[in-house]
Design a protein around this ligand. Structure first.
Ligand code: DQA
Length: 137
């Protein structure tokens, strides 16, 4: 089974950025934990701060992978282009947010991408990525 985790803008700063919201774990270290937990899984990771690069990646793997776990960061709230990319592919997408976007600023309550996703995980911290993997399994 092939699953990819895609993180969008500013998520390269996990472990450094606003630790009271996003926690203190570095994503590279977390990926190592996930690889140990799921050795049989082909688990990939991609991060970009650029909307077009995220769309290109979704096009590239969206017809051959079994699942996409996508934290689009702020682009989830703003990007119709990203929503269209998800609508265009076959691979199911789980939208994830580390924080509970519903107890934060109002502009974080709306997501252009949710409609095209299989499910949504929000507010369960970095553990949400693992829960998304379990749901695909
Ligand atoms: C986030 C929530 C977004 O509102 C924010 O822009 C992010 C991170 C989260 O994981 O909680 O960058 O997607």
């Amino acid at each position: 089974m092939k699953i990819i985790i895609i993180n969008g803008p500013n998520l390269n700063l996990l472990g450094i950025r606003e630790k009271h919201i996003y926690g203190d774990k570095n994503f590279g270290a977390y990926m190592c934990e996930l690889e140990e937990l799921y050795p049989k899984l082909k688990l990939e990771y991609f991060q970009s701060n650029h909307e077009g690069a995220l769309i290109d990646k979704i096009h590239e793997i969206g017809f051959s992978y079994d699942g996409i776990i996508l934290n689009a960061g702020a682009y989830g709230h703003t990007s119709i282009a990203l929503a269209d990319a998800i609508a265009a592919i076959n691979t199911p997408v789980i939208e994830i947010h580390i924080s509970n976007v519903y107890n934060r600023d109002r502009f974080r309550h709306h997501s252009f991408i949710s409609k095209h996703c299989k499910g949504i995980i929000t507010g369960l911290g970095i553990k949400g990525y693992e829960l998304a993997i379990q749901s695909f399994l």
